[in-house]
Ligand binder design. Sequence first.
Ligand SMILES: CC(C)(COP(=O)([O-])OP(=O)([O-])OC[C@H]1O[C@@H](n2cnc3c(N)ncnc32)[C@H](O)[C@@H]1OP(=O)([O-])[O-])[C@@H](O)C(=O)NCCC(=O)NCCSC(=O)C[C@@](C)(O)CC(=O)[O-]
Length: 316
Amino acid sequence: MDARELGLPMQVAAPEPVELPDAVTIWEVGPRDGLQNEKQAVPVEVKLEFLDRLADAGLSVLEATSFVRPEWVPQLADAAELLAGLQRVPGVRYPVLVPNARGLDRARESQVRDIAIFASATETFTRRNLNRGLDEQFGMFEPVVQRAVGEGLSVRGYVSMCFGDPWEGAVPVEQVVSVGKRLLEMGCDQLSLGDTIGVATPGHVSALLRGFVAAGIGVDRLAVHFHDTYGQALSNTYAALQLGVSTVDSSAGGLGGCPYAKSATGNLATEDLVWMLDGLGIKHGVDLGKLVATSAWMAEQLGRPSPSRVVKALSS
Ligand SMILES: CC(C)(COP(=O)([O-])OP(=O)([O-])OC[C@H]1O[C@@H](n2cnc3c(N)ncnc32)[C@H](O)[C@@H]1OP(=O)([O-])[O-])[C@@H](O)C(=O)NCCC(=O)NCCSC(=O)C[C@@](C)(O)CC(=O)[O-]
């Protein structure tokens, strides 16, 4: 797909910078977003070692897997087996994706404490990813969120296609804010704003975040989730940090992609993020050496090199 035919990237002027946060929570999505699109089966033992090594490297939030319909994402069909074998490290959270009541039942059977629902800002992607219409998705999520909150779970709400959609082109800020607002009103405690196909640029990121703030939603409730298709993930993250966002999603070694958005490539690499945060003096709690060794090991398991610049630079 050539995003320029869709009017992307959208040109939005960058705003005045504000102070950067002192510390950032890295929401590591490698085990879930990173592996969900792998063609070859990844053995559950490899996934477990991946999770253990990421925890040992100091990551405190590890998005472990998804309790989606196994036919839709076969790579994560082993979710229950994975969580049964997981040695949970105290202080580390292991959120999972849950789309519906059946997913929540399965997650609860696996003693999950943190879940994430995943909405889309566009009609087409909602249909492709959830087999539901844009409005219909809320009817699916609402009982899940209500029950999860009632049972004391934390609930994150993803919003996909926040910037551009491969079928619909540029996505208006108001459309994204409206979807995000509904998820927060439902009871989600945090939103993760996804650039699913990696077409955003820093000015567009600022405009979206300002749109949320103007709607009364503080940046403390927002996380950002960038894919690196056009090489903008790190600059986009910097734009979000400038506006006070302090939760950033990334994937060890830059693994990733969405099986229902073919133009989605890997996520922002956690190593690249850590390198930048180190340079800015922002705390994150991660041991970069251990993380790079983990991604180099994972690249061997998958039989291809990591796309992360920092992994390449530090493991050669
Ligand atoms: C939402 C559904 C389930 C609808 O899928 P559906 O086919 O419409 O399912 P249904 O509701 O019609 O149910 C049909 C059958 O599936 C079963 N079923 C139904 N749900 C489940 C479940 N949870 N676990 C196990 N089984 C399930 C259900 O019990 C029933 O079984 P039957 O009664 O016929 O025997 C499907 O579309 C789905 O699983 N979609 C997930 C797609 C996905 O995981 N995409 C990737 C994640 S999103 C992403 O990566 C983006 C993100 C988050 O990273 C941010 C960004 O980058 O933007």
